[in-house]
Design a protein around this ligand. Structure first.
Ligand code: NDP
Length: 676
């Protein structure tokens, strides 16, 4: 059997040696070999920087988003093939879906976020323009631009599809090429995934490379523009973090490592309550999904001391119903660990835990399996322990990376918060309670040690995505022992692959740099901008309309007509006593409506719809007799990739006769790309 090929420098590389064998987790049969012998890692990184980076940076965020969507749809067509291969990692069909569908889901989410939340441009202006001078000629803004290196991923064995895709999607959207190094144990599944991607031809050349086997001297060649993202053991994380090239070049290094995730049962959640059942059910689910080989799985289950026996017996009852065996067989709910070595590792950790606790359910050495050989395959029983002395260090420190959890008692809210911190940083924690005050106290108490917290109760249980599922829109990562990193978290994950630069300049230059009109930059009056298609419209195109006098009758009519008879618009005496107004004022919505009446170009034309207002502020009261003028300026133009129209954001400033702004906001419209 020749080793898996790697995809580097635009070609499939076949290793020159025999490689290291990799075995089917359930049967022990050799199924692949891995080797990186002969791969020029420096050349691969250089290729990514030279070929992949420029190709990606030429595309706008929306174009990258569209490619992510096309890729996700393509991979969806190949799911069955990937599921079948995934069974060899020890995964049941449910586990495989978690990995494969989960990974494809991340691509879809980033595609959609890129197209909805980012400009259709290659530069990302971040946040508001900061005024830096009295006269308004000197302003500042942060811009984000893609790093010019390669996003190097070093992945764990447990999620051979989700792992690479959840790191790839935000990097790609940012405009950075990726190089994937999967864990050797399950590299054959990632290998097939990348083969499918490369064969599809969807991605620009150089934007994705693959190295199957050991990392070799890969990290020796990383530079200041590269990003390294690692998932795996805490010990490898600390070793890689200190790698001389990473330290010397101040390379961005993100780690996501194993942690002692917790679940806390509320004190009022006694046997018979919905939350008691939810706690037990979730605990068992987290033990058996992926045979507990999930960085997010619950390791420490904190239970009110008086409920320990009830929880132990309810969980045991559920665990007894779990069928272990060949992951491809029907009815099997828990498959094998990834390898025999992993099983030895789990048994070693279990021994340390059993020295200070007792086994409530399971036997680390013995398990009944269906359709498989329990010894040749990496099978192990789920093992639930209890450590009644919560002060013992081991349950807070030793992680058995398998279907293992420990029940630990607590007697007060303060104590459980203090015990939670002994895990020294986790990816995720659950608080299972029907008591809102307890939930608040615990969430605020344990938040500094967690990247994500789930409060599970009867209200959200049905729709909850569960403790163990990292979500692309939310942060995945945690402090301290969990690696100290952050992945995904919506657009934050994209920013991890970009450089933030504060640009200080005049409004005119800043407009030129960002492509978005900045107040103070020139405006251009002429043809009404509502008469221009996207092809003709430029940022800075403006209409100034007015003045229009606001009369007492207008205000009374608006109050009558809309039913908004708030006293400040209708009751002279009461309005006079209002310390902010000192008399009748116009409704804010009347001002906005009059402004629309002033700036509109009513005949049919390229403007298709008004779809909202943003950042509306009423700044100065409008009194009867005041005259309103509105200035509407095209601020941001965002053509849609897949439609014949796009969005225009208009800076809107309504002023009175003294030139004071009475209202400021952004009007959002949809505009045709071409004149009809
Ligand atoms: P490792 O930390 O050993 O490996 C993770 C990744 O790092 C693999 O791709 C591995 O490659 C690579 N790697 C290891 N050493 C180096 C190095 N010196 N330079 C560059 N890359 C390196 O974890 P394992 O996969 O062996 O799992 C061990 C333990 O890690 C588990 O028992 C569990 O406790 C924890 N773990 C945590 C996970 C999490 O999600 N947080 C996931 C999986 C495991 P290769 O496979 O080729 O050696």
């Amino acid at each position: 059997m020749s080793p898996l090929r790697s995809y580097v420098s635009g070609t499939w590389h076949t290793p020159s040696d025999a490689g290291t064998p990799v075995h089917d987790a359930a049967t022990g049969e050799e199924i692949a070999r891995v080797s990186t012998t002969g791969i020029d890692m420096a050349a691969a990184l250089d290729y990514g920087r030279r070929v992949g980076g420029p190709a990606l940076r030429e595309l706008t965020f929306h174009q990258r988003g569209a490619l992510l969507k096309a890729l996700a749809s393509h991979l969806r067509e190949h799911r069955d093939e990937l599921y079948a291969l995934s069974a060899k990692t020890g995964a049941t069909l449910g586990d495989s879906k978690f990995d494969i569908d989960g990974g494809i889901g991340v691509l879809f989410t980033y595609s959609s976020k890129g197209r909805r939340e980012l400009p259709n441009d290659t530069v990302w202006p971040e946040g508001a323009v900061e005024p830096l001078s009295k006269g308004g000629t000197f302003v500042g803004q942060h811009i984000l631009s893609p790093m010019h290196g390669v996003a190097v991923q070093i992945n764990a064995f447990n999620f051979p599809v989700w792992g690479p895709l959840e790191k790839f999607a935000p990097a790609f959207l940012a405009g950075m090429p990726s190089l994937i190094k999967p864990a050797s144990q399950t590299a054959y599944l990632t290998h097939r995934l990348v083969e499918i991607i490369v064969e599809s031809g969807i991605l620009p050349e150089g934007s994705l490379q693959l190295v199957c086997g050991s990392a070799g001297d890969l990290l020796d060649h990383v530079t200041a523009q590269d990003v390294v993202s690692f998932t795996g053991s805490a010990s490898t994380a600390s070793q890689l973090r200190a790698h001389p090239s990473i330290v010397r070049n101040a390379v961005r290094f993100n780690a996501e490592a194993d942690s002692l995730n917790l679940s806390i049962l509320g004190r009022e959640s006694t046997k018979g309550t919905a939350e008691f059942d939810l706690f037990v059910k979730q605990l068992v689910t987290e033990m058996i999904v992926k045979a507990g080989q999930k960085c997010t799985a619950i390791r420490r289950a904190f239970v009110p001391a008086e409920l320990m026996d009830d929880v132990a017996s309810a969980a045991s009852e559920r665990l007894a119903k779990v069928t272990v065996g060949n992951p491809a067989s029907e009815g099997v709910r828990m498959g094998a660990l990834a390898s025999l070595e992993q099983r030895e590792e789990v048994r070693r950790s279990l021994k340390a835990l059993m020295d200070v606790g007792t086994v409530v359910y399971g036997d680390p050495e013995q398990v009944d399996v269906v359709d498989a050989d329990a010894q040749r395959g990496a099978f192990i029983s789920p093992v639930l322990l209890r450590v009644d002395d919560a002060e013992r260090a081991e349950p807070h420190q030793v992680e058995a990376f398998g279907p293992v959890a420990t029940l630990i008692p607590y007697t007060s809210t303060e104590q459980v918060i203090e015990l939670a911190a002994r895990g020294e940083g986790s990816l995720v924690g659950s608080v299972v309670t029907g008591d809102k005050a307890f939930a608040r106290e615990v969430v605020l108490g344990v938040a500094p040690w967690h990247g994500r917290l789930l409060v599970l109760d009867a209200d959200d249980a049905k729709e909850s995505t569960g403790h163990g599922s990292p979500l692309p829109a939310l942060v995945h990562g945690g402090p301290g022992r969990a690696g100290g990193g952050e992945e995904m978290g919506g657009l934050n994950g994209v920013k991890h692959h970009m450089q933030r630069t504060a640009v200080q300049a005049s409004p005119t230059v800043l407009t030129e740099v960002t492509g978005q009109w900045v107040p103070g930059a020139p405006r251009s009056e002429g043809t009404h901008p509502f008469r221009k298609s996207l092809a003709e419209l430029l940022v800075g195109d403006t209409v100034v309309a007015g003045p229009r006098r606001v009369t007492e009758e207008d205000i009374a009519h608006f109050a009558d007509f809309t039913g908004d008879t708030f006293y400040a618009h209708t009751d002279e005496e009461a309005a006079a006593a209002n310390p902010l107004f000192g008399g009748i004022v116009a409704h804010g919505y009347l001002v906005v409506s009059f402004a629309a009446g002033l700036f509109v170009a009513p005949e049919p034309g390229p403007v298709l719809a008004n779809y909202g207002l943003e950042n509306l502020r009423f700044l100065t009261p409008v009194k009867p007799g005041d005259e309103l003028t509105v200035t509407l300026t095209a601020k941001q133009i965002t053509p849609r990739e897949n439609a014949d129209y796009g969005e225009v954001r208009w800076d809107t400033d309504v002023t009175n006769a003294d030139g004071e702004s009475v209202a400021k906001y952004d009007v959002l419209t949809l505009v045709s790309k071409e004149q009809k």
